[in-house]
Design a protein around this ligand. Structure first.
Ligand SMILES: Cc1cc2nc3c(=O)[nH]c(=O)nc-3n(C[C@H](O)[C@H](O)[C@H](O)COP(=O)(O)O)c2cc1C
Length: 137
């Protein structure tokens, strides 16, 4: 089945505790398993970055639900394109908490997206991987 990869960034409405993040993670993992969605969720200094992978109609519905979640705001889709493979085939939702690390990556993220849009090479098989590297770095 053909799949899309959707990447968005958003801002937490308040500082997320380890328990807050665990709650999101547990729910996401079990829900996503039922709808054949995989991906990865990063939390870093008040920012979320999430990669969602699955059938396009499924992602559209899921993103709508996630976007309206009151725990975050200003969600912005950076990337939503067909993908020939899953970057996170083994994770219904991986979660990485990078809190307290430098998180002011928003401009850089947007720059990478612009590069993707204008077909400039960013030197990776998957834009999602590039984004994640950037976010972690
Ligand atoms: C940053 C963030 C990421 C989330 N990611 C997912 C996800 O990948 N899958 C999911 O089902 N819910 C995710 N959620 C939770 C949804 O917004 C929503 O609370 C949940 O899906 C409701 O599940 P229910 O319909 O089973 O009650 C996320 C929430 C936040 C704040």
């Amino acid at each position: 089945m053909s799949i899309n990869q959707l990447v968005y960034v958003s801002q937490a409405v308040r500082k997320m505790s380890v328990d807050d993040l665990r709650e999101i993670h547990v729910k996401a993992r079990s829900n996503n398993e039922l709808i054949d969605v995989t991906g990865s969720l990063f939390y870093n200094g008040g920012w979320f970055l999430q990669v969602l992978e699955g059938p396009a109609p499924t992602l559209a519905k899921l993103y709508k639900k996630i976007e309206s979640d009151p725990r975050h705001k200003n969600s912005r889709v950076l990337y939503n394109e067909p993908a020939s493979f899953r970057t996170f085939p083994r994770w219904n939702m991986n979660m990485t908490n990078l809190d307290e690390r430098q998180a002011d990556k928003y401009d850089e993220l947007v720059e990478v997206i612009d590069a993707i849009r204008s077909n400039r090479k960013i030197g990776s098989a998957s834009p999602a991987v590039t984004l994640l590297k950037l976010f972690k770095g």
